[in-house]
Design a binder for this molecule. Sequence first.
Ligand code: SAM
Length: 401
Amino acid sequence: MEEVLREIYCALDQVLRKGAYINIVFSGEFKHRSAVTFVVKGVVENYFSLKYALETLAPRGVKPALKPLLMAAMFMLKHGEIPGYAVVNETVAFAGKKFGSGVKGFVNAVLKKYPTLPEPEGIQKREAELNAPEFIIEALEKDGVDPKTVLRPPASDLVHFRLGRKGKTEDLSGLETLTRSEAGGWFSMPDTRLKELNASGKITFISPSSMECVNAFGDINGKKYLDVCAAPGGKSVYAAEKGAEVTAADLYPHRVKLIEAYADRMGVKLNALQNDALCRRQEWLNAFDCVAVDAPCMGLGVISYRPDVTINKRPGDVETIVPVQKAILSEAAEYVAPGGRLVYSTCSVLKAETEEVIKDFLKKHGDFSIYSYKNNTDFGRLIMPDGKWDGFFICVTEKKK
Ligand SMILES: C[S@@+](CC[C@H](N)C(=O)[O-])C[C@H]1O[C@@H](n2cnc3c(N)ncnc32)[C@H](O)[C@@H]1O
């Protein structure tokens, strides 16, 4: 069991302490993949319940490096198939080897007391049930949204993907529950064949909500298209496949490489480059028919496949990110040619990041007006996560001719 614990600990430590995305961590190599997935996903999905447990059982605090191990062991005690005594003994032994024998008594005491822990109450109960910090729950409530719809979205067995240029409808024959999505992609049950088709660029997994961010521009064939926050490239590559002449920019050079690799895999050409969307680029002024701002955001719409989204958030994060979203949108507006379109999207549904950003934008940019693409609010289309669709906000604006 020591080897399994080591893999679980390393994966969980990356997510909990180093802020790595759970889906990226899972794309690594694991000898004990099913155990790692079960425990790491389980801990992340029950993070606030386990956080309450640690705070109650060890009120004087726990060394940060020990937390992933204790949380993994507590999750296994409650949900795993290994007998409790074995989980405790193996975890204590592992802790001794990794952190020195001085921690063994502490680890043993915490794990032995865990089964007798009283249920949380009040705020801690809400945080545990919704697996999110209170400030996020309150922000959703303030917006008139039932926090459960966003923080505990229903699960779906189906996956969504679209055909790439190399793929044909025949490649999909025999897939279980194959149906078209409104966005132009397909839903089906997961299948190992899909993984192969994805690796060869015949299909690509993408949320229908993401596709709609590009569909919202209308016909983009032959148009000059700029994506100022493009990595890892889902929307830019789709836009290139729809015939646009795409410039795909991102702040981080290592993320620009992801766009290039994605475009290569799908067999499309685009111009990927490093660029800070907050710094004006003279040669781009009024130069693009379509400009996409898929802004960095709180990510609350994608919890169904990124359950880690809520665990590293701090009060003040919304107040920090909103001015960045406003500034990126404002700069991007300068690159839209007269008569062109600007699409602002977020995989988040908080009003502060969505309609408040647009209200502010329209106030400062009298040359832009809202264009309705399936709008269900005054400011754009708000998609609530439902297991099949990610939560998204999409706003299309048009620049005066
Ligand atoms: C929501 S993600 C974009 C997802 C992408 N549009 C897709 O469909 O694959 C936001 C991106 O904005 C980038 N970003 C953040 N700040 C930026 C800035 N100042 N300039 C350019 N890109 C930035 C991040 O690196 C991240 O890749």
